[in-house]
Design a protein around this ligand. Structure first.
Ligand code: AMP
Length: 284
């Protein structure tokens, strides 16, 4: 496994592999790796000849009052895990190289009008602009044939797929299922922030989604009714502050009134100070 920090070196190595006929898979991450990330790595290993994992805590996707400074970072441990998975390249660039200071203050963003303001984009202004911009940069540096993302970040998946389509990027997007703890909590690097009590309270997200699934399975198709019923789970957990609980189209993230097509039930909530997200797909 080769550790790379230089943008130029990453691009050169990737190009060299491609000219030899290799199919390049990229797994973009912010590090603090867990089984969710490793599931993407395994998928990448299965579907590509050469696997690059990027580790970069991207400052532009964090709001001014968010957890950028304290976001968990452990490059050595991450590299050990990736070595075990026999990853070919770990690309961990420096922030100054990814975002060099520009005297004039001018900057290029990838902004998805409309989509960027939905779900997490509503409560985290600028978040998806930061995500789309860094992923576009990583695609331009690594030039992968295929890139792997987790369904855990369902709105991010919608944004990336749309960006690739709108900007004619020559990369295939593969979406991998959510990996959960045995009690249902979706794995997240931010789970490390939770106290033991908060860890228990965090289960309300999964419980609410399961309730939505049950109502749907019993025949309910009115999205507003499902949301109304399901949100009740949060009343019993006053220490959990619901940010949103919505049923939307998984591609446009527009709200859905009647569930007569594949629909995304997405939830975000603060458990103490920790913002967690989760979702399920309802398939009529
Ligand atoms: P992050 O490091 O949080 O930016 O995540 C990097 C990638 O891993 C994203 O595509 C996430 O959707 C994916 N991911 C994070 N948690 C999970 C999970 N529990 N299951 C599946 N994929 C995940």
């Amino acid at each position: 496994m080769r550790r790379i920090t230089s943008i130029h070196e990453m691009r050169e190595l990737s190009r060299r592999c491609r000219t030899q006929g290799a199919r390049i898979g990229l797994v973009p991450t912010m590090g603090a790796l867990h089984e969710g990330h490793l599931s993407l790595v395994r998928a990448a290993k299965a579907k590509s000849d050469v696997v690059a994992v990027s580790i970069f805590v991207n400052p532009t996707q964090f709001g001014p009052n968010e957890d950028f400074a304290r976001y968990p970072r452990n490059l050595e441990k991450d590299c050990e895990l990736l070595q075990e998975q026999k990853v070919d390249f770990v690309f961990a660039p420096a922030a100054e190289d990814m975002y060099p200071k520009e005297e004039s203050g001018s900057v290029t963003w990838v902004n998805l009008e409309g989509l960027s303001d939905r779900l997490c984009g509503k409560s985290r202004p600028g978040h998806f602009r930061g995500v789309a911009t860094i992923v576009a940069k990583l695609f331009n540096i690594v030039e992968p044939d295929i890139a792997f993302f987790g369904q855990k970040d369902a709105a991010q998946v919608a944004v990336i797929k749309r960006m690739v389509r709108d900007l004619n990027m020559p990369v295939e997007i593969e979406v991998c299922p959510i990996v959960r703890e045995s009690d249902g909590l979706a794995l997240s690097s931010r789970n490390a922030y939770l106290s033991p009590d908060e860890r228990k309270m965090a289960l309300v997200l999964h419980a609410a989604l399961q309730r939505a699934q049950k109502l749907f399975d019993e025949g309910e198709r009115d999205a507003a009714k499902i949301v109304h019923e399901t949100k009740k789970a949060f009343v019993w957990q006053p220490a959990v502050k619901l940010d949103y609980f919505e049923i939307v189209d998984p591609d446009t993230l527009e709200p859905i009134a009647t569930i007569n097509k594949r629909s995304l039930v997405a939830v975000a909530a603060f458990v103490g100070n920790t913002r967690l997200i989760d979702n399920i797909l309802l398939e009529p």
